[in-house]
Ligand binder design. Structure first.
Ligand code: IMP
Length: 200
C-alpha cells in the first residue's frame, strides 16, 4: 500500500524567512515605543511558532501561557473556557497575543475581550496563519505571517487529534472527511515506525 503524501503549503525555508521578518517588524514596533512586551501564547498550537518567533526578536520580552477550550460544539459557538490562566498580571503591561491560526476569529475575539478587560497598557496580536475568508467576526490582527485559503492545515504546531504538531512544514488536506475517518492517514508518509526509517 502506498502512503498518502502530504501536500506542502508552506515549506521550512519560507516559514523561517517569514518568522524572521515578523520578528524584525515586532521588534521595531516595541523599540520605537520603548516598551517591553509580554508575549501571551495560547497553548498548544502556537508553541512551535512562538519558539521560533521569540528567537527572532532582538528586544527584551517576557513570556506567559494560556490554555483555553471551547464548550460543547467546538469553536463554532465562540464560547470558550480558560483551562490555564496567565501566571502574572498584565495590568499596565504591553501584551502581544501569539496565535498559530485565526480562522473564524471567535477565539481571538474572546481573548482580546478577556485580556482587554484586565487593563493592559496595550494589546496586540500576531498570528502565523490567517484564514481571512473564513472570518465570522471582524477581529483586529496587527501582524499575520501568511494569508491562506480555506483549507485545513497541519504541521508546525497545528494538529488534528493531537497528531502532526511536530511536522517541520505546513501541509494542507483538502480531504477533511478522510482525515476525520482516519486521523492517522498521513502518519506512514511522515514518521518512522518499527518497520523502517523516518521518511523524508
Ligand atoms: P477560530 O475559528 O479563529 O476561533 O480558531 C479556532 C481554532 O481552530 C484555532 O486556534 C485552531 O486551533 C483551530 N483551527 C482552525 N483552522 C485550523 C486548521 O486549518 N488546522 C488546525 N487547526 C485549525
Amino acid at each position: 500500500m502506498t502512503a498518502i503524501q502530504p501536500d506542502i503549503l508552506i515549506g521550512q525555508e519560507e516559514l523561517r524567512r517569514r518568522v524572521e521578518e515578523l520578528g524584525q517588524q515586532i521588534s521595531d514596533h516595541y523599540r520605537a515605543i520603548d516598551e517591553m512586551p509580554v508575549l501571551v501564547s495560547v497553548l498548544k498550537g502556537s508553541a512551535i511558532f512562538l519558539a521560533d518567533l521569540i528567537r527572532a526578536l532582538d528586544i527584551d520580552v517576557r513570556l506567559d501561557f494560556m490554555s483555553i477550550s471551547s464548550y460543547g460544539d467546538g469553536s463554532a459557538s465562540g464560547v470558550v473556557r480558560i483551562v490555564k490562566d496567565l501566571e502574572e498580571s498584565i495590568e499596565g503591561r504591553h501584551v502581544l497575543v501569539v496565535e498559530d491560526i485565526v480562522d473564524t476569529g471567535l477565539t481571538l475575539n474572546y481573548l482580546r475581550r478577556t485580556l482587554g478587560s484586565r487593563q493592559p497598557a496595550s494589546l496586540r496580536a500576531v498570528t502565523l496563519l490567517d484564514k481571512a475568508v473564513r472570518r465570522l467576526i471582524p477581529v483586529e490582527l496587527e501582524w499575520a505571517g501568511f494569508e491562506i485559503p480555506d483549507v485545513f492545515v497541519l504541521g508546525y504546531g497545528l494538529d488534528h487529534n493531537g497528531i502532526y504538531r511536530n511536522v517541520r512544514y505546513i501541509f494542507a488536506t483538502e480531504d477533511i472527511t478522510s482525515l476525520v475517518g482516519d486521523p492517522n492517514m498521513y502518519v506512514p508518509a511522515l514518521f518512522s515506525s518499527s518497520d523502517g526509517p523516518r521518511p523524508l
